[in-house]
Design a binder for this molecule. Sequence first.
Ligand code: NAG
Ligand code: NAG
Ligand code: NAG
Length: 258
Amino acid sequence: MESYKVHITIAIISVLIFSPVAHGWGVDAHLTICRIAQSRLSEAAAAAVQALLPASANGDLGSECSWADNVRFRYSWSPPLHFIDTPDGLCSYNYNRDCKDENGVMDRCSAGAINNYTSQLLTYGSSSSKYDLTEALLFLSHFMGDIHQPLHTGFTTDRGGNTIDVYWYNTRTVLHHAWDTSIIDTAETTLFNSTPEGLIAAIQANITGVWVDQIKAWETCNNNVTACPDTYAAEGIQAACDWAYKGVSEDSKLGGKY
Ligand SMILES: *[C@@H]1O[C@H](CO)[C@@H](O)[C@H](O)[C@H]1NC(C)=O
Ligand SMILES: *[C@@H]1O[C@H](CO)[C@@H](O)[C@H](O)[C@H]1NC(C)=O
Ligand SMILES: *[C@@H]1O[C@H](CO)[C@@H](O)[C@H](O)[C@H]1NC(C)=O
């Protein structure tokens, strides 16, 4: 009887530990993305972010960029907004076909959420705004990270690699988690002194260095729209096919060249 209880307790703890990250880019990834984004805001946008951030952030957007993962239970409607399920084996994305939740409700995916929170934030400064713009900012910042993790736009049946068991070096994990966390952790440990700061500095150096010519195209959307999550999602599933899923099967040993 006692050991039965212990097993149940372990099972519950495992669920609590593992399910919140099932679809979430790791904490360091979100922090990295938001620190870089914050450093590149226009003066007006930077001031709005400062006004909207909770005091606990101490002015650092990065420190709040995993908030959306922490409210998955409190906001039980929010989990589908973290990812996009695309048809198995097709390396393409289409908003009308794919941006819906398991029940087929349209717009309930990361691209729909980015559009949603972008239009909410565009009401900033208007006295009639009826939205919680602090929450809108934290959701938008988080989903902009999620949508850039290739497997957050992934095949439906394997839930973006969540059901594919693999080894990352000698550690057992699932493919999705390898891309959320393991790859970044390994890069930080081996190249950047085990902290996000080194990774952030290296990416910043590339943004002003080797990538400088490409950056302009990343900074604006085509067709005069403010948000273009469909571009990111289409790139995401293509990158998932070209890199993340490529050559991977159940129990694959990943690391090194992969
Ligand atoms: C839009 O934002 C509101 C407020 O947070 C939320 O209730 C709704 O589910 C969101 N819809 C989408 C598609 O993101
Ligand atoms: C910076 O760019 C170089 C050259 O393309 C690349 O090898 C390196 O991985 C990049 N660093 C980061 C942190 O992305
Ligand atoms: C782009 O959008 C702005 C704001 O909605 C509008 O004033 C402008 O006319 C648009 N420009 C074009 C070329 O459509």
